[in-house]
Design a protein around this ligand. Structure first.
Ligand SMILES: [Zn+2]
Ligand SMILES: [Zn+2]
Length: 224
């Protein structure tokens, strides 16, 4: 129903003006509200109808753009990998490969570095201890494993790897990281080689190799 009383007409004009102003400033939601109110006073006002359609179209475009923006985010370290994950600290998009589960969400590698625990703060003395512990563990392990029948090794494999890890953890107070990993792996290899040379090659070769693979494999996997 068309209300042509003077007050309502003024009201509608004011609302249409407000709606157009809102469109110009980019506040399409305010424009939508203004044009809708104008249509409450005058259901057939062409300007308000056009304005409302315009505001709704612009709001729709924004929604589409936002959806597209969400879909088209890429890992900041791998620009070709699309992702929906974000680092909780710096809010940059990261892919699954780059994200680490933190206490409050996913962390990117850079932020993770800053939050690393004391277990990853390693000094030279610790590395020396880690290497020495690995050599001792390898010497003892190489000696003991020569007496274990091959068939039992498959059951004892995990325990052997765990035992070596305990020795290293005891010496380093549970330090972790690439440097510890490398030093321990080299120490284990050196220990096995020393035992081999000390025995002039008279070792149970298969058992010794199994020990080498298990101990280094466990150390590399667990000391990350
Ligand atoms: Zn981050
Ligand atoms: Zn990535």
């Amino acid at each position: 129903m068309r209300d042509t009383s003077l007050n309502s007409t003024e009201e509608v004009r004011g609302l249409v003006r407000a709606g157009r102003a809102a469109i110009r400033t980019g506040d399409y939601e305010a424009a939508r509200v203004a044009f809708t109110q104008a249509l409450v006073y005058d259901t057939e006002n062409i300007e308000a109808k056009d304005g409302l359609a315009d505001a709704q179209r612009r709001l729709g475009l924004i929604a589409v753009e936002q959806r597209a923006a969400v879909q088209e985010e890429f890992c900041y370290r791998h620009p070709d990998v699309e992702t929906g994950l974000h680092c909780v600290q710096c809010n940059r998009p990261i892919c699954a490969r780059c994200s680490f589960p933190g206490a409050v969400g996913q962390l990117c590698p850079e932020c993770r570095k800053g939050r690393r625990s004391v277990n990853y703060q390693v000094d030279w003395l610790t590395l020396v201890k880690a290497g020495a512990a690995a050599i001792v563990a390898a010497l003892i392990g190489s000696f003991v494993i020569g007496f274990i029948p091959l068939i039992f090794l498959f059951f004892l494999g995990i325990a052997i790897g765990e035992g070596v890890l305990r020795v290293v953890d005891w010496a380093t107070h549970n330090k972790r990281g690439r440097a510890v990993q490398t030093v321990v792996a080299l120490g284990l290899a050196a220990g096995v080689a020393m035992f081999y040379l000390y025995q002039h090659g008279h070792v149970n070769l298969i058992n010794t190799l199994i020990f080498l693979v298990i101990s280094i494999g466990t150390a590399v996997a667990r000391l990350r």
